[in-house]
Write a protein that binds this ligand. Sequence first.
Ligand code: ZN
Length: 65
Amino acid sequence: MDRLADHYDMWARWDAEREDALAKLPKCGYCGNPITEDYFFIINRTFVCESCLMKEHRQFTVDFE
Ligand SMILES: [Zn+2]
């Protein structure tokens, strides 16, 4: 029983530290997720993560008219 409690304590502490770290990260203005990459983009003063950048802003040259 004691061992189980220890485990839970460790997990709870780790989870709280992780939550803290995530709270300090910039949040993507498109998907709302904390940006965990080493870099992000700012478009019209909105933070954008790489996957949203690709989803929302990438244009294929073949579609250009
Ligand atoms: Zn995003």
